[in-house]
Design a protein around this ligand. Structure first.
Ligand code: TYD
Ligand code: MG
Length: 454
């Protein structure tokens, strides 16, 4: 093989170096310089035979109304949650990257999707043997059987098998295990990942076959490899959740064909992942009687309303410095809400430990949860249980004002559907709903909440 010419680039500012060094001299960032291939010995293509076809396929400029979108037909993934996150199914010829912590269920999700599809699918694994995949598949127990399993890591071999099988969907588990003959560096290195992704993009676009890639993430939560991987693919999905909880959330971080606000929820069971179509019911814990420190928030995830339970525990600090801890909620925001309670409502929480937990192991960043957090803290502090059919949807401002939230009507209707008797919302929300069964309690200041609870 001819010698591959490489050079070193700073991944932060793009400066080029002849050899590796610890710090980039131009942007001063440490450890950002990585080796990259600048000249390949041969022209690489997903299929060498078609490399000459590029000129034939060269596209002509078209007016926007002349562009035929019929080919953008989407593949129905037979999974309502997955379809929703993708924006209504998978676009032909698109590349989707699924990232997530190890053991969260990425392989399970994509194998399950591949096994269920009525189309011909090819599941390529560089991580597990065919037997291991079979064992996993047996747990999932699929109905259809159009899925071919291949254990291979060399892209050229994968493309050869693809030509034989002619699948309608290709799943690659994972991009970090692939390697291409055209690059000498080891699998998982920046230049290999880049090269393999480029080959896969070429393949996907030329044959209009959608490709699903699994990507590992680094310990700080980013997809391993160069940032460019995320720029190259059409869609970046993230599969997240707490490994100790059964719920898993599928989110789109980037989507060229749909919104990134949508969310898919799954439950990990002994027999694979189950779609959760009505998440509110399971996120609210079952309990006998009313307990202090619990409050329900009407939040929105994407377009979907979601009722979640907030639990707070306020107790006298045993040690000098009171502890503050929040699971599933921003700790800084918790401190801010505590300061507001202290200053505007006169609660002396400065010497108390405060623990906050969002049940179900999910993380929310909807500001509409603020009021439920305040209510849960007050309820625990006063040791008064809130009626279990109360719920809250409002943001709390720094001066203790209760602020309006977006799409409040949708939240009210969801709360009504689930049998809540009263919802607390901001007085400044414009609500056009009439004759609701649920009582809409309008409040404007934090003191109003205190009057209801204490
Ligand atoms: P896996 O898909 O291998 O994770 P990843 O590919 O993201 O690393 O998921 C592994 C976990 O899922 C494992 O801990 C066992 C669990 N699991 C179930 O609970 N039920 C099942 O049916 C399957 C297949 C896996
Ligand atoms: Mg896996």
């Amino acid at each position: 093989m001819a010698k591959v010419k490489t050079t070193f680039f700073c991944q932060n500012c793009g400066s080029q170096y002849a050899k590796w060094q610890g710090q980039c001299t131009s942007c001063k960032a440490w450890n950002t310089i990585a080796e990259e291939v600048i000249q390949k010995p041969e022209k690489s293509s997903w299929k060498t035979a078609t490399s000459t076809s590029a000129s034939k396929r060269a596209s002509k400029p078209l007016k926007i109304n002349e562009i035929d979108t019929a080919q953008e037909a989407r593949l129905d993934m037979q999974d309502a949650e997955f379809n929703r996150v993708l924006g209504g199914g998978m676009v032909q010829g698109s590349l989707t990257l699924l990232g997530g912590e190890p053991g969260i269920g990425k392989s399970t999700l994509l194998l399950q999707v591949a096994l269920r599809l009525p189309y011909k699918t090819l599941y390529v694994s560089g991580e597990e043997s065919q037997k291991q995949i079979k064992m996993r598949a047996e747990r999932i127990n699929p109905k259809e059987n159009n899925c071919y399993i291949l254990t291979e890591t060399k892209t050229q071999n994968i493309f050869k098998q693809i030509e034989d099988v002619a699948p309608d969907l290709v799943v690659i588990d994972s991009i970090q295990t692939l390697h291409s003959d055209y690059i000498e560096s080891s699998a998982g290195s920046i230049s290999q990942i880049k090269e393999c992704t480029t080959e896969l993009i070429k393949f996907a676009k030329e044959t209009a076959t959608p490709v699903l890639l699994i990507g590992h993430i680094t310990k700080d939560g980013h997809i391993a490899g160069p940032k460019i991987l995320e720029h190259m693919v059409d869609t970046v999905l993230q599969f997240e959740g707490d490994r100790n909880h059964v719920f898993r959330i599928l989110r789109a971080h980037k989507n060229r064909f749909g919104s990134t606000n949508e969310l898919g929820i799954y439950e990990m069971q002994g027999s694979g992942l189950r779609e959760v179509s009505n998440p509110s019911e399971i996120l609210i814990s079952e309990k006998d009687g009313e307990l202090s420190g619990n409050a329900v928030a009407a939040t929105l995830e994407g377009l979907r309303p979601l009722m979640i339970e907030v639990q707070a525990l306020v107790s006298t600090a045993v040690y000098g410095t009171p502890q503050r801890s929040a699971t599933g909620f921003n700790a800084k925001r918790l401190n801010m809400l505590l300061a507001v309670l202290e200053k505007r409502a006169g609660f002396r929480l400065g010497a108390k430990d405060v623990f906050l937990n969002i049940t179900g192991g999910i993380t929310v960043d909807d500001p509409a949860i603020d009021l439920a957090v305040v209510a849960a803290i007050l309820s625990s502090n006063e040791d008064v249980a809130l009626p279990s059919d109360y719920c809250f949807a409002a943001e709390v401002g720094l001066s203790g004002e209760i602020r309006p939230v977006q799409r409040v009507e949708q939240r009210i209707l969801e709360a009504e559907k689930l049998g809540f008797s009263t919802i607390f919302v901001s007085k400044y929300n414009k609500i056009a709903l009439k004759n609701t069964l649920i009582k809409i309690q309008l409040i404007s200041k934090i003191e109003d909440v205190v009057n209801f609870i204490v």
